[in-house]
Design a protein around this ligand. Structure first.
Ligand code: 5GP
Length: 187
């Protein structure tokens, strides 16, 4: 059975990180793609696990070598999906990419079999509260993220599926069932 390339997007603050962690621990059939970024490492992040933290020079060199499946630039930083890393993982696993809307649409163009899933907040209000609750970011940064979240949500109809993160367990179950269904496994 062919392994799936699953692209999971959703606005900042929707709880993607937590959902992904739970999803990955629910089956060893999944592999998470680790992206490259030029942004600064946040507290608690680990190089090579959260992201590969690289310099702008390294990033642009990899772009020239066609080393990214997709890449984008936002919040004045670059983010990209390493092509070889993903292709290697696809040989043995369903690969999950956690990328933004623009990146997801680029992937769909170059790899039409990719499954695009958007994670939704239970409401706009819930998302705002989550973003405001993040102590690490300034008011300006929060406002920018809210605007960005609205933009991401406006692209929902271009996605193959949307899944609401109202309850962590339920959300992960929905994702697992959806993936099994797509792979033709009885659930
Ligand atoms: P953060 O800086 O909060 O970790 O991520 C900011 C945004 O960049 C998120 O929406 C995240 O999904 C997106 N992102 C992370 N990795 C990649 C990537 O490899 N490619 C693209 N296009 N976006 C990414």
């Amino acid at each position: 059975m062919k392994n799936l390339l699953i692209v999971l997007s959703g606005p900042s603050g929707v709880g993607k990180g937590t959902v992904l962690k739970k999803l990955l621990s629910s089956s060893d059939g999944y592999a998470l793609s680790v992206s490259c970024t030029t942004r600064k490492m946040r507290e608690g992040e680990v190089d090579g696990k959260s992201y590969f933290f690289i310099s702008k020079e390294q990033f642009l060199k990899t772009v020239e070598e066609n080393g990214f499946l997709e890449y984008s630039n936002h919040f004045e930083n670059y983010y990209g999906t390493p092509r070889k890393f993903v292709e290697k993982q696809l040989e043995t696993h369903d690969v999950i990419l956690e990328i933004d809307v623009n990146g997801a649409l680029q992937v769909k163009k170059s790899y039409p079999e990719a499954i695009l899933i958007m994670l939704l907040p239970p409401s706009q209000e819930a998302l705002r509260n989550r973003l405001k609750g993040r102590a690490t970011e300034s008011e300006d940064e929060i406002d920018r993220r809210i605007k960005r979240a609205e933009y991401e949500l406006s692209k929902q109809e271009l996605y193959d599926y949307s899944v609401v993160n109202d309850d962590l367990e339920a959300c992960v179950k929905r994702l697992n069932n959806l993936i099994k269904e797509l792979k033709g496994v009885n659930i």
